[in-house]
Design a binder for this molecule. Structure first.
Ligand SMILES: Nc1ncnc2c1ncn2[C@@H]1O[C@H](COP(=O)(O)OP(=O)(O)OP(=O)(O)O)[C@@H](O)[C@H]1O
Ligand SMILES: [Mg+2]
Length: 245
């Protein structure tokens, strides 16, 4: 495939009088680890929903794997290899961890044709995220962090090309953040999947893993580049700390 894996071109999205996204253009290459950061209300979730097809932009186009997907519904994008996690994990509480992940294997880019195949996929992704030891546990009994890893495993069972993570480390302790971020990096390394993570405030995670950072503010991209460079950019510091210089 020539060109980037994902390309968002000049996207504008309005809600009534609110311009949630104002001519946003971004692109993501295969296997890249990108963080999208920005304060509350900057447009992060709206951008995610334009990428995965929940919203249609008022202007602009979205290309995935070289195909214009702007008018395709979310499930078609899932079949093309676009998976996401939700900020609040909602596993089937009565199913085991392995069964929860196996369900994911029936959706996505390479759908399992039998239960045994789905369970095999589940075991392999549970191994990658480090949850093999909990495979037979009922999902309701997992800790918050384990539920996040389960959510990640369910998305990986769809064998995506691009994984969108919504605030996956929000509210976690520093050691849990490290654990989850290291897992995400391992996923990328072992499965070659590109990852775009929405991060509101856990800048530590961004420094630790992102290869590129994109900063949104009031619906616009105000900075983009290597983490150290972007996070020390005065415009970005001002947006985050409210300091005028
Ligand atoms: N469905 C909607 N209807 C009306 N306004 C919306 C809707 N979704 C988002 N907005 C508005 O669009 C702007 C961007 O919101 P968005 O949720 O994308 O920001 P965000 O960066 O994800 O914020 P947060 O960090 O609070 O999750 C905000 O002004 C918000 O109030
Ligand atoms: Mg949001």
């Amino acid at each position: 495939m020539a060109g980037p894996l994902l390309k968002v071109e000049n996207v504008t999205k309005r809600f009534g009088g609110v311009v949630a996204l104002d001519r946003v253009s971004i692109s993501v290459d295969e296997g890249e680890l990108v963080a999208i950061i920005g304060p509350n209300g900057s447009g992060k979730t709206t951008l995610f929903n334009v990428i995965n097809g929940v919203y249609r932009p008022d202007e602009g186009r979205v290309y995935f794997r070289g195909v214009d997907v702007t008018d395709l519904p979310p499930y078609k994008r899932v079949e093309m290899g676009l998976a996401r996690t939700f900020q609040i994990p909602r596993p089937w509480p009565g199913l085991t961890v392995r069964e929860n992940v196996a369900v994911g294997a029936f959706f996505g880019r390479a759908r399992a044709r039998s239960v045994s195949e789905a369970l095999e996929v589940a075991d392999s992704v549970l191994d990658i995220v480090g949850l093999s030891g909990k495979a037979d546990e009922v999902a309701a009994r997992l800790t918050v962090v384990e539920k996040k890893l389960l959510e990640l495993a369910r998305a990986l069972a769809m064998r995506p090309k691009l994984l969108l993570l919504d605030e996956i480390v929000a509210g976690m302790s520093p050691s849990d953040v490290e654990k989850v971020v290291d897992t995400i990096v391992r996923v990328r390394d072992e499965m070659g999947i590109a990852v775009v993570a929405l991060v509101e405030h856990v800048i530590r995670a961004v420094r630790r893993a992102a290869e590129r950072v994109i900063v949104l503010h009031q619906g616009r991209v105000i900075a983009e580049g290597a983490p150290d460079e972007v996070l020390s950019n005065p415009k970005v510091v001002e947006v985050y700390l409210g300091v005028t210089q």
